[in-house]
Design a binder for this molecule. Sequence first.
Ligand code: SF4
Length: 205
Amino acid sequence: MPGEILADAACGSDENVQDSAAAGVDLVAPVLGNTPKGDAMTIGAFEVDAKRETVQKCPAGYAPQNSEYNPQTGTTRTVMDPDLCAGCTMQAGCPIKQTCNGARLDHTDKERRLDERCREEKTDEFRERYKKRSGIEATNSGIKRRTGMERVGIRGKKQGRRFGFISAWGNAPGFWISQFNRAESPFHTNQETHFPLDYGPGLQP
Ligand code: SF4
């Protein structure tokens, strides 16, 4: 079992990262779905004890009156001193809500983990780790575009693998020549892709 797997965002769900970690594998993948935009303050701006899932300090550095994690729902409810929040200069961007029960913030452990990963994605360290995968991705999409694998009209893992192998290797000379020369592959005319190989029994384009 490898210690680290580099994958694309489609595999980067929180569930996959958690399952991989439980199996001793560090799944390195961008966060799937919506990520915090711009400088919006999120749970990541709070100091959270990841083991207890409780807030230790708010973005302004104040300790909460209470912060309690419910393992059944995976939710942490944090209560701040409303007087502190009322006089705080960071209040406009802070996700804390003034309610009739005080200044409160509810967040889930999943939100915290995703937020943490989003922040990590913006670091040079993550980019460096993920560089290999980015390189492979460019090669994969080049192969898909040039061999027509995106439009494959067959079903099933076995046939799909066979088709992909034949298409990739059958078109490899054209792919690499065109990469180096920036010229059209000899296997292409206009936008259409022509497969120079016999697909074999049961493999029709
Ligand atoms: S509004 Fe309240 S919770 Fe938010 S930063 Fe200010 S003091 Fe902290």
